[in-house]
Design a protein around this ligand. Sequence first.
Ligand code: ASP
Length: 432
Amino acid sequence: MSLTNKILLGMVLGTIVGIIFNVVLGSSQDQGQVGGVGQWLQVFVIDGLFDAVGKIFIASLKMLVVPLVFVSLVCGAAALGGQSRMGPMAVKTLALYLCCTSFAVALSITCAVLIQPGADVDIPTASNFTAPEIPSIKDTLIDIVPSNPLQSMVEANMLQIIIFSILFGLAISRTGGEAASNMVVFFNNLNDVIIKMVMMLMQLAPYGIFCLLAKLFSSLGIGIILDLAKYFFTVVLVLFLHGIGVYGALIKILSGLSPVIFFKKMQKVMLFAFSTASSNATIPITLRTVEHDLGVDNKVASFSVPLGATVNMDGTAIMQGVATVFIAQAYNIDIGIAGYLMVILTATLASIGTAGVPGVGLVTLTMVLQSVGLPVEGIALIIGVDRLLDMIRTGVNVAGDAVIAVIVAKSEKMLNIERYNNPTLNAENDPV
Ligand code: ASP
């Protein structure tokens, strides 16, 4: 069985086991049973085994993110430095990220206005949601430059690591001579070793994903979706429209390549993103797939994938667009066309500020709501289904990074089209 199928099986079984446990635990609580099978399941299986294996799996993925991004980006920048293509490529990548995210928000607002998910919602009188502090744009800009690169790595501050790695790589290429070529060889060798580690850890994915989902669904249940069905399915619908329709069209129109091949090769990356709900933790798999399977040159991929995982969040922006319309409708507040334009702007900025870790999109939603004067407590209305939506939108977030990487690489003549079209090239088939 291929690794992708094993991961799918792990997901399905994990979900089923989680739902069964949820029902078993719920009924033993209803009957007032203390101790017994219910408690044993909760303590030893769910909070013990599933929690531990799931956490070890996520930690092992995260373990590789910082070394992989640093080493891979140094290789990319060192190779690009001599050709002075870094600037135009970076500008193109950022511009495409921003355009794509603004389009995603506009699409989500249009769909939400048509579907009206919040039209018949009763506002709960009490809510215990308090808005967190959002840093100012000035502080955010200052914070991009690392004052201590080692600290950036310890804290896994992705933007700071990206800036330091690019400067380091460019400096290598400008140093020239034997020193520079020795460094390039060293970093390329190191890169191969870290990629081998990624391949080794990918083999654990089916078990890790099984445990993550079993634990999640045992506490979540699926009843909660029914209460917020209209909101939930509106977000899911727009995520699918954007994730399949818009991305497919972009690949076809802007690069002339087959979207079917793209989605086939991206399958496992999206499954990883779905199970971990973290673009950051998925970076190793995204980078490997974009370079190895889709044929994007390391010079483009090593820059656009980690940057995208940090600033490009179309799925998150879609959730924020629908959530804003939903909350406006639930509170009977009309924010008007100017309000919607403001939402497009702030949701695009908020998605840049959203870290690629679970649940942050909901925090930065406060910024969007505040920009149009909507009550931040409205977030309490949607918090119940956010974890599930987080998983689906993270899949869209990482697919968006790969789409732009492919388009930029194609336009910069840094895409190996034979590799892209070769159906047998799949990182999971590599010997470990
Ligand atoms: N979980 C998302 C990600 O990592 C961010 C979010 O929307 O909360 O991409």
